[in-house]
Design a protein around this ligand. Structure first.
Ligand SMILES: NC(=O)c1ccc[n+]([C@@H]2O[C@H](COP(=O)([O-])OP(=O)(O)OC[C@H]3O[C@@H](n4cnc5c(N)ncnc54)[C@H](O)[C@@H]3O)[C@@H](O)[C@H]2O)c1
Ligand SMILES: [Zn+2]
Ligand SMILES: [Zn+2]
Length: 367
């Protein structure tokens, strides 16, 4: 079939919204008609050419929600009409990682996905007979996409697609960092660095876990205001004195949980240093630039602080994204502030510009 899609033709150039061919779903695959897709940093990062694992041409986009249009042979978990959230982090439910409660990093299709292919090593996207590679296994800046069944989370049909799509990346990452990676305990003190989509999600996750005090740190007063809306009890402007302030306010010990959601290694260091002696856990969700390293004074670890990373919030997508979506349907998450701009597929480059200007939390493409 012919579809319209936003193609990264060349690094550093605007995306080209154009017509492509999309082949039928094969065994274990699903044709999805996109209804909404958020514009995320990873799309822009790849488009810029800075990501060493990037390639072009490809169809970007990974924060998608849409409706199942057609299923390939052997697909049993979704049927046409289902509302699904796309998962760049799939869940096969069979590999050694899927069987472990300790990680969400499914091993089933990693290698082919990283190279831009569907699990059988081919693409469904093409132009004039030339294959075009998929991106993150999702390629959701498009009217339709073909994805593996194991990379689709079936969610409640009551969810609005432009809200559901936010659970495909940033929001689940933040919520999950607090709920599944750190497993914040009731009554605890948390510090969240960053109040973008991921940081705001972490604030909400900490609140849902019953944290007593949630300090959110950001450089933007406007974003800190949004953090209050998600449950932050204290909001501070970032700067070199933040660690000292956290120690001051916690009897000199530090916070039970800290979360880093900025992607800046200097802030990651602050998050480690603001974690409590004895048991403080620092969860790093931000993606640092290529080649950057995190400086940690080893003594801080000996004295009981721990650091862990969190990819997609530790969320096992097919099982847990539906649960997170349900939280929003049950009124436990205020979704409205996250959706800042509604744009069309043709305006996808405007979505990048808005993100660069830090104008709003998320621009969402409606199809
Ligand atoms: N781990 C994952 O699976 C995953 C998934 C999605 C995004 N990410 C990463 O998470 C990070 C956050 O994503 P986002 O969409 O929320 O980004 P964002 O750019 O919208 O938010 C980052 C925030 O950090 C704030 N900030 C900058 N300097 C600061 C400082 N010194 N102290 C405190 N705050 C500061 C900015 O003001 C901004 O609000 C990015 O690095 C992104 O790549 C990771
Ligand atoms: Zn993303
Ligand atoms: Zn798996």
């Amino acid at each position: 079939m012919k579809i319209r899609a936003a193609v990264l033709e060349e690094f550093g150039k605007p995306l080209n919204v154009t017509e492509l061919d999309l082949a039928e779903p094969r065994a274990g695959e699903v044709l999805v008609r996109l209804a909404a897709c958020g514009v995320c940093h990873t799309d822009m990062y790849t488009a810029s050419g800075v990501d060493p694992s990037g390639y072009a041409p490809t169809v970007l986009g990974h924060e998608g929600a849409g409706f199942v249009e057609k299923v390939g042979e052997g697909v049993t978990s979704v049927v046409p009409g289902d509302l699904v959230v796309t998962l760049f982090s799939p869940q096969c439910r069979e590999c050694i990682h899927c069987l472990s409660p300790d990680t969400n990093l499914c091993l089933a299709i990693r290698e082919q996905q990283g190279k831009g292919y569907l699990p059988d090593g081919t693409t469904r996207l093409s132009r004039d007979g030339e294959p075009i590679r998929h991106f993150m296994g999702t390629s959701t800046f498009a009217e339709y996409t073909v994805m593996p069944e194991i990379a689709l989370a079936k969610v409640s049909p009551d969810a609005a697609p432009d809200h559901a799509c936010l659970f495909a990346c940033g929001l689940s990452t933040g919520l999950g960092a607090a709920m599944f990676t750190a497993k914040v305990k009731p009554g605890s003190t948390c510090v969240v660095f960053g109040a973008g989509m991921v940081g705001l999600g972490a604030v909400a996750g900490a609140r849902l876990q019953g944290a007593e005090r949630i300090i959110c740190v950001d450089m933007s007063d406007q974003r800190l205001e949004l953090a209050r809306g998600q449950g932050a009890t204290d909001t501070w402007l970032g700067g070199p004195d933040v660690v000292e302030r956290v120690l001051e306010q916690t009897g000199g010990f530090g916070a039970d949980y800290t979360f880093e959601a900025t992607g800046l290694v200097a802030v990651m260091r602050q998050a480690v240093e603001a974690a409590r002696m004895g048991w403080g856990l620092c969860t790093v969700a931000g993606v640092a630039g290529k080649g950057e390293t995190l400086d940690v004074i080893p003594r801080l670890l000996i004295t009981g602080r721990r650091i862990c990373g969190s990819s997609f919030g530790g969320v096992k997508g097919r099982d847990q994204v539906p649960e997170l979506v349900k939280l929003s349907l049950d009124g436990k998450l205020d979704m409205t502030p996250f959706l800042s701009h509604s744009i069309t597929l043709d305006e996808v480059n405007k979505g990048f510009e808005l993100m660069e200007r830090q104008d709003g939390i998320r621009s969402v493409i409606s199809f």
